[in-house]
Design a protein around this ligand. Sequence first.
Ligand code: SF4
Ligand code: SF4
Length: 150
Amino acid sequence: MDAGTFAGVKARLQHQYTNNSIEYVKKAMDFGARLKTKVTTLSSPDALADLEIPGRFPYDSGGARPMAVSPVTQEATCTVCGTCAGVCPTAAISIDESVATRIELCIRCCACIKNCPTNARVMEDSAWKAIATWLNENCSARKEPHIFVD
Ligand code: SF4
Ligand code: SF4
């Protein structure tokens, strides 16, 4: 992609992002206005009707599954610049003659991957890659906010 094409794509994405943000703010303001009307016109707190809200409830117990996974460093392309250690929010990365990562501290935020100037930080774990693929396939489409005020 040449510089002109890149600039065009960037401008289009920024425009789309700004339009989406304005739309979401409008929806949030509309929700606030409807909520205010609802609350200020209630005869009493007991007059609130039970809302039927779709969704998966009760939620699965257990929360997030622990994973002993972190990005790794490809030594062939690592320049030991230390950028990854500087951006890691949990101090999981230390730099000596090479890059060391403490998996137990990693929260898999991928800041080290995004900021590595030589793309030497990568996620190689196959289970993680499978999750990323699933998310890309199932969660890439835009979802509209659902607002429930009866
Ligand atoms: S940011 Fe990339 S190149 Fe720099 S030390 Fe970390 S892995 Fe190596
Ligand atoms: S993924 Fe986030 S928490 Fe884990 S090593 Fe990289 S920057 Fe640190």
